[in-house]
Design a binder for this molecule. Structure first.
Ligand code: ZL4
Ligand code: CA
Ligand code: ZN
Length: 393
């Protein structure tokens, strides 16, 4: 319809399963899996599927899930029920051991299926990169960066990113993980704390007291013991409220180009949490779709095999716009598609007369006061540069 055909450039695969959208975390919970429906429908309305290999992803297997998580945790996750369960021998609710059942990580109908679907898509995406069948593999249903080895955290139960990176490591000597979600990518950072084969870089709002998860200070670069090869392989870019496109994309490019030069990764895993956009229900930044997507553009231009994950994003229409536009970036069509959102069933009522690229005044939600000084951003780049002296690939 918009003249999108198979591109000569990068080969792109899109990993998606419509089943994920039917799950609910609870009535007022910010995580709304149907934002994936909105994204997929916008991608299709633009005809982008004609320029990609489209795969219906499957649920990850027990073996795939336990490539990172403990058997104990996965066994429990597979059998938990939304109803209160009998207490264990010590009179404790066994769910608490795994941080399950609170308001952030509630138990809901079909939870295990939802988690294993998310991980299945990310796993498949990584495998397409390993087999050289894709240059860029997209899994918007993944990106759940807070999940720990034996614990749920911050809306994340299974760390699909860690599982995908473990696959990339079978082929690639070094993998770079980049995280542009507004929250710190603590689960992925921790998983690779003791290896020099993965470098993690997270950009996030940092406030140890008042913003989740409270970790990710500039000086936190991995356990610095002499015997730990992973020391210095965690980079954190802590930011304040209201950062703009211009500041963010400059910072991103200067940090990532220095990292690439030193670390020389064979593959990149990019978490594209859309809660760093302006107007997000939980976020604090002022990024527009263009600023957020400039990070994807920059990574694509490096010509290094790339897996793209979703992540946070709590104002569903903004999430769908960003991820659809970033899909267009992946297939090299973002300059060619009309910014007027096409009339399409799911969108007809929601997006009437809306632009794919709203300005700061048109975007849903209120912009924030910018509390990032140039002085601080320069300090951050300086620290990263010094830290990279310890890294040699
Ligand atoms: C909610 O309205 O900061 C959950 C969570 C449920 C429905 C009704 C219950 C009301 C905001 C958040 C009580 C909610 C109390 N409901 C939530 C320390 C906290 C303890 C829980 O993008 N309360 C915890 C997690 C963060 C905390 C962010 C980001 C994930 C990702 C990747 C995870 N947790 C304080 C909050 C609501 C809710 C409203 C909420 N939870 C906002 N921030 C958090 O990085 C996917
Ligand atoms: Ca982040
Ligand atoms: Zn987030």
């Amino acid at each position: 319809e918009y003249g999108i055909t198979k591109p000569k450039g990068s080969k792109v695969s899109f990993h998606y399963n419509a089943e994920m959208e039917k799950y609910h975390f609870g009535e007022h919970h910010p995580m709304k899996p149907w934002r994936l429906t909105l994204t997929k429908s916008l991608v299709s309305a633009y005809g982008m599927n004609f320029a990609m290999d489209n795969y219906t992803s499957r649920a990850a297997t027990y073996e795939e899930l336990t490539s990172f998580h403990t058997d104990d945790y996965i066994d429990h996750l597979a059998t938990v029920a939304p109803q209160p369960q009998p207490l264990d021998v010590e009179n404790n609710n066994p769910d608490l051991r795994f941080n399950l059942g609170g308001s952030d990580c509630p138990l809901f109908e079909g939870l295990y299926n939802y988690c294993s679907m998310s991980a299945g898509a990310s796993f498949d995406a990584a495998r397409k990169i390993c087999s050289n069948q894709s240059d860029i593999a997209i899994a918007w249903g993944g990106g759940l960066h807070h999940a720990k080895k034996a614990e749920a955290s911050g809306f994340c139960y299974i760390n699909d990113i860690v599982i995908a990176i473990l696959q990339l490591l079978r082929i690639h000597a070094r993998v770079l993980y980049i995280d542009i979600d507004v929250h710190h990518g603590d689960g992925v950072e921790e998983a690779f704390f003791s290896t020099d084969r993965v470098m993690t870089v997270s950009f996030h709002k940092y406030d140890p007291q008042y913003f989740f998860p409270g970790t990710g200070a500039l000086e936190d670069n991995g356990p610095k013991s002499e015997h730990n090869p992973g020391a210095h392989h965690a980079i954190n870019v802590p930011l304040n409220d209201g950062i703009t496109d211009e500041q963010y994309s400059k910072l991103f490019e200067s940090v990532i180009s220095k990292v690439i030069e030193k670390f020389r990764p064979g593959a990149i895993a990019l978490q594209c949490g859309a809660d760093s956009l302006a107007g997000d229900r939980l976020g604090r930044f002022n990024l527009l779709v263009e600023g957020h997507a400039s990070c994807v553009e920059f990574c694509k231009k490096l010509n290094i095999p790339l897996v793209i994950f979703g992540g946070g994003g709590y104002t569903p229409r903004n999430v769908a716009r960003a991820w659809a536009y970033e899909t267009a970036v992946a297939i090299g069509q973002h300059k060619n598609i009309p910014t007027q959102i096409p009339i399409h069933t799911v969108w007809r009522d929601r997006f009437k007369n809306e632009s794919l690229l709203p300005t700061i005044h048109q975007i849903l939600g209120e912009p924030r006061q910018n509390r990032n000084t140039q002085k601080r951003l320069t300090e951050i780049v300086q620290h990263v540069t010094e830290q990279l002296r310890f890294v040699n690939a």
